[in-house]
Ligand binder design. Structure first.
Ligand SMILES: Cc1cc2ncn([C@H]3O[C@H](COP(=O)(O)O)[C@@H](O)[C@H]3O)c2cc1C
Ligand SMILES: O=C(O)c1cccnc1
Length: 351
């Protein structure tokens, strides 16, 4: 527990007074006041997080893709088999996955971490080896992991954030790969948002109606068997979570502790934010929501966290892809804030 406390205690509320200074600069730029809409809000929030209202530098972003497997996948809750997790890791390492393409396009680097893949990945070149367990247990039978494993995975995420920040990255994207992981995310969301499984559960990779019924039954059984306490996010994680979800939670917390902004992706990474926010509400002040996922539970998560997605592109891939696309908008926000002429500079009459 000390390991977690050590991270959470370092998360400080950003200085919101900086927002007023940033607003003055935004209002001095050659445009009708407020006319760049949410680009202005994004620039202002970035100033607040970075702790200064002077011109913003373009970020150097990295995506960390945490990979893990899930015992519940054996119950036919995904449209794809478990081995796809491993196969996709090789695809990430070869640069051919959606996250690779979209990060290249957005000027972000991709790092891949094995935090809990079922198979042996020790020979995979370029993979960060941090396996806590060979997948989780089946949530329909009892807790998916021990408290120690959850804390280990949180620390893997926190150390990843630390290393990336030390390498010079100043904006972090949480990404993931784990066949079956929309099921634990639905369970966590139902518990923390106080909703029924059917209100937060979707088709994930595209399960058919029979798969959807199995998913609903698995969720109901898992919640019945485990009875997670909504007031105890760590317990929720141990009972119905996942290793990559725990790792992303630690990654978000450590980024916040270091004053580094986080661009969340969709339903899976926002589940990790839900847990992080339960442990440390201030961590969410450092988070942007990149996009609104097709998974219905994402809406409830965003409402609970008080976040508005930057984009709505009907995406439902995960990996960090929606966050990568949203980086282009964040770059636009930084550019207008830093590069537009003021009324005084351009000799344009203000009001
Ligand atoms: C080829 C492929 C690439 C993916 N990349 C992300 N996911 C996404 O789908 C999975 C969650 O959906 P479910 O709970 O239905 O299994 C996660 O691995 C998520 O990252 C993928 C899924 C597949 C099949
Ligand atoms: O929004 C997501 O993160 C998501 C949705 C479906 C499948 N995998 C990921």
């Amino acid at each position: 527990m000390d390991r977690l406390e050590n991270i959470i205690n370092r998360v400080k509320l950003p200085d919101y007074a900086i927002g007023q200074e940033a607003q003055r600069r935004l209002d001095s730029l050659t445009k009708p006041q407020g006319s760049l809409g949410r680009l202005e809000d994004i620039a202002k929030q970035l100033c607040i997080i970075r702790g200064g209202a002077a011109k913003l530098a373009q970020p150097k972003p990295a995506a960390a893709v945490f990979a893990a497997d899930h015992g519940v996948a054996a119950g036919g809750v995904s449209a794809y088999p478990q081995e796809v997790t491993q196969q996709m890791i090789y695809n990430f390492l070869a640069g051919g996955a959606g996250i690779n393409v979209l990060c290249r396009q957005a000027g972000a680097d991709v790092w891949v971490i094995d935090v809990g893949v079922a198979g042996d990945m020790s020979q995979a070149q370029g993979l960060i080896q941090a396996k806590v367990a060979h997948g989780t247990a089946d949530m329909t039978k009892g807790p998916v992991m021990t408290m120690n494993q959850a804390l280990d995975a949180i620390v893997v995420g926190a150390q990843t954030a630390q290393r990336l920040i030390e390498k010079g990255y100043d904006l972090l994207i949480p990404g993931e790969m784990g066949i079956g992981n929309t099921t634990p995310c639905s369970a966590i969301t139902a518990v923390i948002c106080g909703l029924r499984p059917e209100q937060v559960m979707g088709r994930g990779t595209g399960v058919d109606d029979a798969g959807l019924s199995r998913k609903l039954a698995a969720l109901k059984t898992a919640l019945d068997v485990n009875k997670p306490d909504p007031a105890n996010p760590l317990e929720v994680l141990c009972k119905v979570g996942g290793l990559e979800i725990a790792a992303m939670c630690g990654y978000i917390l450590e980024a916040a502790a270091r004053g580094v902004p986080v661009m969340l992706d969709g339903f899976i990474s926002t589940t990790a934010a839900l847990v992080a926010g339960g442990l440390c509400p201030t961590a969410i002040d450092y988070c942007f929501s990149g996009h609104g996922s097709v998974e219905i539970g994402h809406r409830a998560q965003l409402e609970k966290l008080g976040l508005r997605p930057i984009l709505t592109l009907e995406m439902r891939l995960g990996e960090g892809t929606g966050a990568a696309v949203a980086m282009n908008v964040l770059r636009a926000a930084v550019a207008i804030y830093s590069e537009m002429a003021t009324f005084a500079e351009a000799g344009v009459t203000g009001h």
